[in-house]
Design a binder for this molecule. Structure first.
Ligand SMILES: C[S@@+](CC[C@H](N)C(=O)[O-])C[C@H]1O[C@@H](n2cnc3c(N)ncnc32)[C@H](O)[C@@H]1O
Length: 291
């Protein structure tokens, strides 16, 4: 169960979800025609060692990420969302945005992986120990970011805007914000505070890309809680509560917005979602812009 002010490193509680999604990117990206590839994810997952390295080596066939129903679908979801947010960043760069803030960056490798125009500055925010693991792993391999990159070690339930400004963030410059894999780990109130802070720091021409998930139905929670440690651990990490819809929240404040359901997006990419008949996902991918 979560508590106010709880903390973690890369292998515990909410921190381990960064490894979980990175591992899904490795597995889901192994097909040559996968819609996205994250060539840094494997390095991070291997560096975590233990069960994570075993998983990639194929020695944990019972791992949830390899389960025929959940695992394969989850891998596909992660690769699709990677593609969506990669394209979002490319569009922001094309539109002239040179300031990027990745909230709950975890093992996001976009600063190292994507081609950024000269002058791009990227801020990555996450808990200190998560950023420590990422820095140590990257330092050991000698990779260098392809834009100016700043780590901002914070808790996103606290006064992170001050830490961001102190790191050099310019509120007068348009910003491309990324909120991927974060909202369900915040209470609905903390989500509202996060959005308020983003709006307060966003110059005209800023945009925000968001992964939004509707609450899991009670029967799914019951099913996952009965699935043994991994399932029940994860359900205990999220705030599975109704909350403000991000698209509505931003458009009510004068922003423009668009949203695509993850299942439809996977279809649009030319991949076949495993669901048959086709079911809408609980996940939506959202982009909002401040005119
Ligand atoms: C599922 S991972 C997503 C990481 C990355 N955005 C991605 O999609 O690969 C969730 C991340 O959110 C971070 N996180 C969750 N709540 C946070 C908080 N209150 N403060 C800082 N980071 C937080 C975790 O440390 C973790 O890195």
């Amino acid at each position: 169960m979560r508590t106010e002010g709880d903390s973690w490193d890369i292998k515990t509680s909410v921190g381990s979800t960064a490894l979980f999604v990175a591992a899904a990117r490795v597995l889901g990206g192994r097909a040559a025609d996968a819609p996205a590839h994250d060539e840094f994810a494997e390095m991070f997952v291997r560096a975590a060692g233990g069960e994570w390295a075993e998983l990639l080596a194929g020695r944990l066939p019972e791992h949830p990420l390899l389960a025929p129903e959940f695992g394969v679908q989850f891998q596909q979801h992660q690769i699709a969302r990677t593609r969506y947010f990669d394209d979002y960043m490319a569009a922001a760069s094309y539109a002239g945005v040179r300031q990027v803030v990745i909230l709950a960056a975890g093992l996001d490798s976009r600063a190292y992986r994507l081609a950024w125009p000269d002058g791009t500055v990227i801020y990555e925010l996450d808990r200190p120990q998560v950023l420590d693991f990422k820095r140590d792993t990257l330092a050991a391999t000698g990779h260098r970011p392809r834009a100016e990159r700043h780590e901002v070690a914070v808790d996103l339930r606290e006064d992170w805007p001050k830490a961001l400004r102190d790191s050099g963030f310019d509120p007068a410059a348009p910003t491309a914000w990324l909120v991927e894999g974060l909202l369900i780990y915040l209470t609905p109130t903390a989500q509202d505070q996060l959005f308020d802070a983003i709006v307060g720091l966003s110059a005209r021409g800023s945009r925000v890309a968001i992964e939004q998930m509707d609450p899991l139905p009670a029967e799914s929670v019951a099913e996952m809680t009965g699935e043994g440690e991994t399932g029940s651990d994860w359900v205990g990490m999220i705030y599975n509560e109704p909350r403000n819809d991000p698209t509505e929240w931003f458009t009510a404040r004068g922003w423009t917005g668009e949203r695509v359901n993850l299942t439809d997006y996977i279809h649009d990419l030319g991949s076949t979602p495993p669901d048959n008949p086709r079911q809408q996902s609980l996940i939506n991918l959202v982009t909002v812009r401040r005119p």
